[in-house]
Design a protein around this ligand. Structure first.
Ligand code: ZN
Length: 313
């Protein structure tokens, strides 16, 4: 995009500030192509707006953490924000990739969840924060690491460290925002501990192991039939026998709660959901990306913990 030519034309007769706004609009930078959104106090196509750190996050849940931790000193662009697109097979647009080139800090989920983002960040000067890596979670492990209390805290601290390095003038501000964030995370973890008294050892099954870390923090037992779980983890089709095992587990009461990832739903998950309904097994529905109605990752997690508490009989 050509900022300079837009700006030159726009500067004739109007203030520089208005020109910047016009430029941004003309470039369509604040648009939602590719599902991306931008927030923060200053939007700039070049990512070099004075006083703010340009941050790009591959997925909106980590982007929301980046916003909490940077406040008015960061401008965060999220690439994946939609809860109705295939999260695991996301194909970035050229625009998505370009956003990494103009970022000072890039936040990816890692653990092979968003390999396109790690790849896009690789060839740029952006400081990379790999959320999974900060918690020692590797490729081949369950990649939905934002559901893990340990990963959230580790990633938050890595983001704060990146901010303090990029913008040492505001070191104390970032330290305070980090403290506030941890206070909120601590409240969430206290809530998880409370609910765990009710959900401990509760056998659950999941159409996809999306909330596996949260279920683990809630001390629940994963009772997803193995054949199905393996097929799901490998992103291959479960066999009819796998599906029947799953339905039988729900009927027999071997799984007392069903976790349904609506973002990765298909005819198979529909068969399973129907079996759960027939067997009167409560269903917790969730998505991969953070639904727009939540302020940040911690609010979303808190709401999900409430859902698990309600569903646990
Ligand atoms: Zn998933």
């Amino acid at each position: 995009m050509s900022i300079k030519s837009h700006a030159k034309r726009a500067l004739a007769g109007i203030t520089a500030t208005a020109a910047l706004l016009l430029t941004v609009a003309a470039c369509g930078f604040t648009g939602t192509a590719g599902g991306a959104t931008q927030s923060g106090t200053a939007a700039s196509g070049t990512g070099t707006t004075a006083g703010t750190i340009a941050v790009v996050a591959s997925i909106n849940q980590w982007g929301s953490v980046a916003e909490d931790l940077g406040g008015e000193h960061v401008a965060v662009t999220n690439i994946m924000t939609k809860t109705n697109v295939e999260a695991h097979d996301y194909e970035p647009t050229a625009k998505d990739v370009a956003r990494f080139g103009s970022a000072q800090i890039a936040i990816v989920n890692g653990a092979d969840y968003d390999p396109w983002a790690s790849k896009a960040a690789e060839s740029t000067k952006a400081t990379l924060v790999d959320a999974a890596e900060t918690a020692g979670i590797k490729e081949g492990d369950n990649p939905h690491v934002w559901f893990s209390a340990k990963a959230r805290s580790a990633a938050a601290d890595a983001i704060t460290a990146a901010y303090q390095q990029a913008d040492p003038t505001h070191k104390d501000v970032y330290a305070k925002l980090n403290q506030d964030w941890h206070a909120k995370e601590d409240r969430l973890e206290a809530k998880i501990k409370n609910v765990a008294a009710k959900t401990a050892n509760l056998p659950y099954a999941a159409t996809e192991s999306v909330a596996w870390y949260l279920a683990d923090d809630l001390k629940m037992t994963d009772a997803t039939p193995q054949g199905y779980a393996q097929a799901s983890a490998n992103e291959s089709e479960p066999t009819p026998a796998d599906i029947k095992d799953f339905q039988d587990a729900l009927k027999a009461g071997d799984a007392k709660l069903l976790v349904l990832n609506t973002q990765e739903s298909n005819s198979t998950t529909e068969q399973i959901t129907n079996a759960a309904k027939q067997a009167d097994v409560p269903i917790v529905e969730l998505t991969e990306q953070m639904p727009a109605k939540y302020g940040d990752l911690l609010d979303w997690m808190g709401a999900l913990v409430d859902q698990f508490a309600t569903a646990a009989k």
